[in-house]
Design a protein around this ligand. Structure first.
Ligand code: 6LW
Length: 529
């Protein structure tokens, strides 16, 4: 028995796509407006994942400046063929349809560098790639149906790709509009060939509560596709809202090292009501083939928690995903992300932390503010930033943020007070409107303050203390309600990020603040009943 914790990737790791290369597995997920984009994770047992790089990791490779939160990089597909890694993805700008679209990049090393994008020129989202055994290459994806019979009806299209020119060629085929009549968002399609038959796996129902996995098969890659009468083959929507995992869907299939089959897929874990602050996470589900169809979680019919993975590496830290390292998040840590562009334009590694230039850009615009953050991967977690604030000029501020988007976030920031010392203010920006949650004024001995977030369930206490605070611990300036910050409350596709920022609020600035260290410390959570 090798029971391992599910999700295998905790926190915002949505739309997983996986491929196998010999004994190695590689997986990518969506990252929307965050930079670098599209993390590449490596594993040998589908359970313990280590991040080896990012697909979008350099200035100028893709321009997503100005794209609002929950736009940007949507569901990618990762495949390996003939010694080369291939990735297709969509850059989405919800305000400007003419911008972005579907693109393909390749790399010989999945850690990078990846090639510059080649735009495919098809509309829609969720592109995927299929390398047939006759040498032909097929791109498929999802778009709103040309002649919809119902609201948000989508269709899965297919066209051949000429790998020499990277151009789509030949006629287009519409393969699928979903298993259920009236199904919205038949999407996230992936084609496979198993035992000489073509299988089309697709999500439907939308990526929230009604999400589901369906499957169809055909004798020819171009169809016609016949749906499985067991569809949807996996969903949690019939379980109601009071369950441990909701919104299960967007699956990709892979063969395990022992010849068994597995799906990686996304789901959300609500807590403190129907809210999932960790966003859409990656789960692992066993798949068996019966009567020529894949059966998901045979005998159970839902995401197993924990999941038995016979080949899971016993040396791996079972229950603690390897991509999470508790403690100081150092500058070289792959978890750091900025927004829409590299952090190098405003941040320089400085010891265990960062020197941050105080930029005019604020967290409320779809630009690149001086922000660095990491995913909230644990329900209960303490984040503490030790910040040297004595470089701030009047009107400038620096601190910590619990971020959903430009419109929705909570900050705790210090700014020089006209009366001496620092005013530390907690502000909740909710649907674009700001409310002060609390404020204290205090000295910063040695110019340094420790600003923190202590998340306990849906309570996010915002704390401040001088660096070597005594037994009394840090002062709670305010407690924000996490139920106002997750995507159920705000819309969008993302879970929360915890980070640091500095801004001069539009004014020119030459100031710098130093984040001497940033600690991410998960607090043991009670095991589920
Ligand atoms: C993803 C698509 C979806 O491209 O959400 O609603 C998008 N469905 O499959 C972003 O994750």
């Amino acid at each position: 028995m090798s029971l391992v914790a599910n999700p295998v990737l905790a926190g915002t790791y949505p739309d997983p796509s996986v491929c196998r290369v010999g004994d190695d597995y590689y997986l990518v997920t969506s990252t929307f407006e965050y930079f670098p984009g599209l993390p590449v994770l490596h594993s040998r047992d589908l359970v313990h994942w280590e991040q080896v790089g990012h697909v979008v990791d350099r200035e100028g490779m893709l321009d997503y400046a100005g794209i609002a939160s929950s736009g940007g990089l949507y569901a990618p597909t990762l495949r390996h063929h003939d010694g080369l890694f291939w990735l297709v993805c969509t850059l989405v700008d919800q305000q400007d349809d003419a911008r972005g679209g579907n693109f393909v990049v390749t790399a010989s090393d999945p850690a990078g560098p990846w090639s510059d994008p080649v735009w495919l020129g098809e509309s829609g989202i969720d592109p995927s790639l299929f390398f047939d055994d006759d040498g032909r290459v097929w791109v498929h994806g999802t778009r709103l149906a040309a002649e919809p019979e119902w609201f948000h009806q989508t269709e899965v299209w297919l066209r051949e790709l000429d790998p020499a020119t990277m151009r789509l060629v030949g006629p287009e085929h519409v393969l699928w509009t979903g298993a259920v009549r009236g199904a919205v968002w038949a999407e996230g399609p992936h084609l496979y060939k198993v035992g000489g038959t073509y299988y089309l796996l697709a999500a439907e129902g939308g990526t929230e509560f009604h999400h589901a996995v369906s499957v169809a098969r055909a004798e020819k890659v171009t169809g016609p596709y016949e749906g499985n009468r067991a569809n949807p083959v996996l969903t949690h929507r019939h379980l109601g809202r009071d369950v441990d995992v909701v919104g299960v869907g967007h699956a990709d299939l892979v063969e395990g090292p022992d010849g068994s089959w597995w799906a990686v897929l996304l789901g959300m874990r609500p807590y403190g009501g129907y809210h999932y602050n960790r966003g859409r996470e990656t789960f692992l589900v066993p798949v068996a083939w019966q009567d020529g169809w894949p059966v998901f979680a045979p005998g159970l019919g839902r995401v197993p928690r924990p999941v038995e993975v016979p080949f899971a590496d016993p040396a791996g830290p079972v229950g603690a995903p390897q991509h999470v390292a508790a403690g100081v998040v150092r500058p070289g840590d792959v978890r750091w992300t900025s927004l829409r562009a590299p952090a190098s334009s405003f941040a320089t590694p400085d010891g265990e932390g960062w020197a941050l230039r105080v930029l005019p850009a604020t967290l409320t615009e779809a630009g690149t503010p001086a922000f660095l953050g990491v995913r909230q991967q644990h329900r209960d977690v303490d984040v503490a930033a030790t910040v040297r604030v004595d470089g701030l000029a009047p009107g400038e501020r620096a601190g910590v943020v619990v971020r959903q988007s430009e419109r929705d976030h909570v900050t705790l920031a210090a700014e020089p007070s006209p009366d001496g010392g620092y005013r530390v203010r907690a502000v909740h920006r909710r649907a674009g409107a700001e409310q002060v949650l609390g404020e204290v004024t205090l000295e910063a001995p040695g110019g340094v303050l420790e600003l923190g977030v202590a998340a306990r369930g849906q309570d996010y206490a915002l704390t401040v203390a001088p660096p070597s605070h005594g037994a009394g611990g840090p002062a709670v300036v305010a407690t924000a309600d996490g139920r106002t910050l997750d995507s159920v409350a705000t819309g969008g596709f993302l879970g929360l990020w915890l980070g640091v920022f500095a801004t001069s609020d539009g004014a020119p600035s030459t100031s710098t603040v130093t984040v001497e260290r940033f600690v991410y410390a998960p607090v043991d959570e009670a095991p589920p009943a």
